[in-house]
Design a protein. Sequence first.
Length: 254
Amino acid sequence: MCQGSFLGSLYQVASDLHANKLVLSSLLDKGERILVNSGFGELTHLSNRVVQSQHSDWGNVVIKLAASTKHKACLYQEAIFLNEFHSPYWPSYCDYFSSNGIDILVTKHLNGTPLSKLLSQGVFKSSWIKEIEKSVSMLHSKAMIHGDLKPSNILITHDGGAKLIDFGSVQLIGCERANSRFASYTPTYAHPNVINSKGVVSIQDDWYNLGRMFLNATEQASSDADVNVNVNVPSYRSEEHTSELQSRGLISYA
């Protein structure tokens, strides 16, 4: 590539990043005005599209904002799921509404620390695996999969329990993947069939995610973390990752 083309590409990337930041900033600014006018208290930014606040009726809440077609579709999907299915393993639905071109989902705040934050600190306990599997199994009992299980979508509570968040990728088990309007997943953890939109939605999609996640977690954890013990792994986890975990002495079959 010639220097001019290379510099042009860099300029385009920089311009796109700047434009994206402006869009997100505008979304948050507009969203904040809507929320303040809707009776929400002081707002704390959790991410580009998520804020935390207080409400007179619901107490401590988490609020998600969406402006693009894809983000609105995922947010609506999450709202439908949370409104229909209730469990202590995921957030409680409060409200869903639209204002000035922005869709807004309000849920009860869950106490816990993102697994991603704990891993960044070199912390991973094998006891968490069973707790995470319990929360995922509860979801599967509703004939649904999460669709995007990863450390940032799992909260670890003070007593070592696990809760799931971010249900924008939730899908009904048995549906054809090719019929999905929007694909929302994280390539690092996703099953090849998910990436290639092949076959039907299956609980294997989630267990594959967890298999990859647990492998990465044990690799990221510090040497003195509680990972060098046997833990039970359901026989339905993908054979590839189960075998790899077992070969490293980290798991045994249930």
